[in-house]
Design a protein. Sequence first.
Length: 404
Amino acid sequence: MCVHGMRRVPALVAVLVAAILAGSAGAPPAGGRVERKPPGPPLHVDPVPAPAPVTRGPGGVPLKDVVLVQGVRENQLTGYGLVVGLAGTGDGTQAKFTIQSLANALQRMGVVVPPAAIRVRNAAAVMVTANLPPFARPGTRIDVNVASIGDAKSLVGGTLLMTPLRGPDGRIYALAQGPVSLGGSFSAGGGGASVQKNHPTTGTIPGGALVERSAGIDLAGRRTFYLELKRPDFQTAYRIEQALDAAFSPGTARALDPGTIQLNVPPVLGDRPVEFLALALDVPVRPDVPARVILNERTGTVVLGGDVRLSRVSITHGNLTISIARRLGVSQPGAFSAGETVVVPEGEVRAEEETGKTLSLEEGSSVSDLVEALNRLGVSPRDMISIFEAIRAAGALHAELVVI
């Protein structure tokens, strides 16, 4: 073997090893030297940002003040219970249900007493009511109202025994118990006289019920919600649809009818329905206010709602005043006559009619312009109501007239 060939073998092996280590870095440059390239930065994918809250402009109100989320509402609960510890102001013997309920309560505690043997006036039968808030979980405390259904005179100082509160489906959702607060009400009497403040037979127990079963809807995984307008209106429903599509993406909202909006969760917020509803219900909208005039004949109050317009109309109004006066006259008989002097009442009726004042309004005038003009003429509120009714009868008032 040639010595020169043996010397070239280590150099060739070094070049091959360098090429293998370089990998896909490319072919080695001339001279057998391989340069390593520094590794590039790691691949970074920015998360898709959520829609930013929309700034509320002038004239807009939050969507949550206009609509309700379908299924998110309070549920009413009722129950029957006993209030004990009254100072002789409870139900009498005429309330048979109170005596029977007290006997049943004692029997459940191991005390058997015939109902006929119970003669007490320190207990009262009551109805207990409460509102179960949406998304209330077991352990949440809610307020309850207590009202007597017997002939009890007062619930002052009483304590409600444990009362189950049921929903419309008959299931128990909360348990109520605690001292009854009457909020300053009292009743007292003696010696044939009595005094009473407010209603001593109704009271409240703040935080007196513990929720045992939740009744809220499950938001997890929901892709569609429905919004119910508090005041159904075609124009308002259309404006809500446009506002939500502009705030998120086209197709987010769809007006099904004047009172229902279908709300679709965007893919960006698909797994965050709470955040989506928080953003959607804060979107500003401008509800349409119907043209309406409210008249209160008892107080003479006129309330205008919306942009109420009038057609061309002329109004002539004048006041008629009738006064009746009664005077006493003396009838004096002639001299040396057999007559007597008597007092004779005399009546006087006077009618005064003011000159009618004419007011003309051009086409498209608003009711506020009419009210301002009538105030300048010194028209009283009650006369103003008559004028509005006459304008509606003439067909010149383009609004709904409501008289309360």
